[in-house]
Structures are given as structure tokens and as C-alpha cells.
Design a protein around this ligand. Structure first.
Ligand code: HEM
Length: 331
């Protein structure tokens, strides 16, 4: 019955000219989000955000990958509600898993610019979703239409971030399960993992694959041997430095990264940096998707669709429009 009502509502909205995605895996049955959500309340919002994001990324393009990852880390913990942006002791950003998350200043700048033109109208959760798209485009990715309408949350706990975000040691079954719990399919999980075509990883996140892997293999046999030697040189056993950065995409290793399908090629060459990456090629449930995404045009198209689905995870209909993205409103 509830499903019927949702479908009916979606049909009414569709025929009234409002764009809503079909009910299906990934939209979590929530139809409160819309394209052009701020069309009347803040019509220039997307341009204002884009300009602010571009100005910030001109200072440090590496933050583009940070913002993209930030949107993921936001959506998987308490839903896409900007909980990752809150400052304070014990909030999500203090969690070990968020230790290297970067680019908060990009969101601060975008929020400040938006408040200048439309005070109190645009949520921080929406700004993060728009900024993640704009950051991807700055790395040569293809744009997608971002839906708006998220409200900002008031709860942000480091313990929730540690518990909810998938670690790099996860295998395919655990990854599928983690995404399925958010209404996202195995295919969408593989598509979204393609984000690892940009940005960096640190030694502590993959060193367990290099040394004392298990009782049979000293080094994870799924890593290309020459690549394993390269990684060992960068991250020596016991003495690695946790600030050393390794480009996740060895095919286009530029400091900020280039957003294209090469990530899937690295998996084919057994040069995926994390277990969570390489296992996507080595598992029969996800291998065909990896192979199909070697086509860059398909990857870009699928990525936008999957990001829209991720942007709907746990969205709140009630909540705040924060004045400052780092602090909960007290009024
Ligand atoms: C599938 C499960 C995923 C796992 C296990 C995972 C894990 C990781 C890890 C361990 C890092 C490196 C962190 C560090 O060394 O400091 C990383 C970086 C990154 N992740 Fe993921 N991730 C996943 C999915 C995603 C998704 C869905 C997105 C975005 C939609 C994403 C975007 C990124 C980006 C852009 C970076 C680079 C960040 C930077 O250079 O600042 N990841 N991820």
C-alpha cells in the first residue's frame, strides 16, 4: 500500500512536469528531492556554488577528490544531511576514518557565497551534493543534474562514522551488503568505486596486503608482482610514514587526478590499491560490470546516475538549513 502511494505520488509529480527518478533500487522510495529545487527560491544557486568551488579548487585542485569523497562519507552516515561537516569533539570528522578527509574550506566558501544571495534557503547537505558534482567536472568528469531538497541534520558521531563507512579491507560480499543497506545495487557500488580514478591513498590503508598477508601468501597474490614491489618501496614494512600518498590510479597519476574510466583498467591489470578495489575484478558478481565500465562514455553516464542515487540515501525531509555548515543552528 505504502509502495502504491509512493508510485502514485511519483506519477502525479511526473505528469505535473516535476522531474523525479523512477522508483527503483537506489531512490529509497523518497521523492522529496527534485531537479531545479531552488528554481524559484534561489534561482542562481548552482552558478554561485560552481564559481565558489572553482575559485577554491584553483588554490588546491587536490581538494576536488576530497569533496567528492566527503559527499560519500556524508551520505553513508546518518544519510546525506551534512553531518560530516559539523565541528566539535567526537563529531564524524574527528573519526579515524575521516582523518584525511579534505576540502571543508571549499564547502565553507560555497556556503558563504550562497548566504550572500539567498540567506537561510539552501541546506549544507545540498551544497555538498552540488559541490561534489562541480569538483568532478573540474577533474574532467562529465556533469550530471543534482537534485536538491535535503535538510541538514543535528547528529554527528565519530563512532557512527567508524561503524558505517566500508573499510578498504572489505571484500565484494561486504561491499554489496553495505551498499544494499542504503538501497544501492552492486552495479551502483562498482560504478561509484570508480571515484578512485582520482585522489590518493595512504600506506596504512593497504600495507596489510603487502606484508604477512595470510598463512599461505606473504603478499596478496591478487596484486601484480611488479606493482607490489613498487608499493613496498614506497611503504617499507614497519617504517612507513602515514603521510606518504600513493595515487590510486597508476595509469594517470597526476597530483589531483583525471576523472575517467582508467580505474577499471587498473583493476584489470591487478593494480587496484585496496582489497575493496581489486576484489571487484576478481569476483564473478562484479567482474562483468568492471569490464563494461572500461568504456569511458558509459562510465561517465553511469556515474552521474549512481551519484544521484547515492545523493538520495537517508535524506531528511525535516531538519535545519544551517547558517554555518560547521555548527548546528541553536534557534
Ligand atoms: C566501495 C567502498 C569504498 C571504500 C572501501 C573506500 C575507501 C577509501 C580509502 C581507504 C581511501 C583512501 C583514504 C586514505 O588513505 O586516506 C579512499 C579515498 C577516496 N575515496 Fe573511497 N572508498 C569507497 C567508496 C568510495 C565512493 C563511493 C566514493 C565517492 C563517490 C569514494 C571517493 C573517494 C575519493 C575521491 C578518494 C580520494 C580522496 C583524496 O584524495 O583526498 N570512495 N577511499
Amino acid at each position: 500500500m505504502a509502495q502504491f502511494r509512493i508510485l502514485l505520488l511519483a506519477a502525479i509529480l511526473m505528469f505535473s512536469g516535476v522531474v523525479v527518478d523512477a522508483y527503483g533500487p537506489g531512490d529509497n522510495g523518497y521523492v522529496g528531492l527534485r531537479d531545479d529545487y531552488y528554481g524559484t527560491s534561489c534561482k542562481d544557486v548552482e552558478t554561485v556554488i560552481k564559481k565558489a568551488v572553482q575559485a577554491e579548487l584553483a588554490k588546491n585542485l587536490k581538494h576536488a577528490a576530497g569533496v567528492l569523497r566527503m559527499h560519500f562519507h556524508d551520505c553513508f552516515v546518518e544519510g546525506c544531511d551534512a553531518s560530516v561537516l559539523l565541528d566539535g569533539p567526537g563529531t564524524e570528522k574527528t573519526a579515524h576514518v575521516n582523518e584525511k578527509l579534505a576540502g571543508y574550506e571549499v564547502i565553507d566558501a560555497a556556503k558563504a557565497a550562497v548566504e550572500e544571495v539567498c540567506p537561510g534557503v539552501v541546506s549544507c547537505a545540498d551544497i555538498l551534493a552540488y559541490a561534489a558534482r562541480d569538483s568532478t567536472v573540474e577533474l574532467n568528469g562529465t556533469a550530471w543534474a543534482v537534485q536538491g531538497g535535503r535538510k541538514d541534520g543535528t547528529v554527528s558521531l565519530a563512532s557512527r562514522a567508524e561503524a558505517e563507512l566500508p573499510p578498504p579491507e572489505f571484500q565484494v560480499s561486504q561491499l554489496i551488503d553495505s551498499f544494499a543497506r542504503r538501497g544501492l545495487s552492486a552495479k551502483q557500488m562498482v560504478v561509484l568505486s570508480g571515484s578512485h580514478t582520482v585522489g590518493v591513498g595512504h600506506c596504512d590503508k593497504f600495507v596489510s596486503r603487502l606484508y604477512n598477508f595470510n598463512s599461505t601468501f606473504f603478499t596478496d597474490p591478487s596484486i601484480d608482482p611488479a606493482y607490489a614491489t613498487e608499493l613496498k618501496n614506497i611503504c617499507p614494512q614497519h617504517t612507513f610514514n602515514t603521510t606518504i600518498e600513493v595515487f590510486m590510479d597508476v595509469i594517470t597519476p597526476t597530483s589531483a587526478g583525471v576523472f575517467e574510466a582508467n580505474y577499471y583498467k587498473t583493476l584489470q591489470e591487478h593494480k587496484g590499491l585496496f582489497t575493496s578495489d581489486q576484489s571487484l575484478f576478481d569476483d564473478t558478481r562484479t567482474k562483468a560490470t568492471v569490464t563494461s565500465l572500461l568504456n569511458n562514455e558509459r562510465f561517465q553516464k553511469e556515474f552521474g546516475k549512481a551519484m544521484r542515487a547515492m545523493g538520495r540515501v537517508g535524506v531528511k525531509t525535516k531538519g535545519q538549513i544551517r547558517t554555518n555548515c560547521r555548527v548546528v543552528n541553536t534557534y
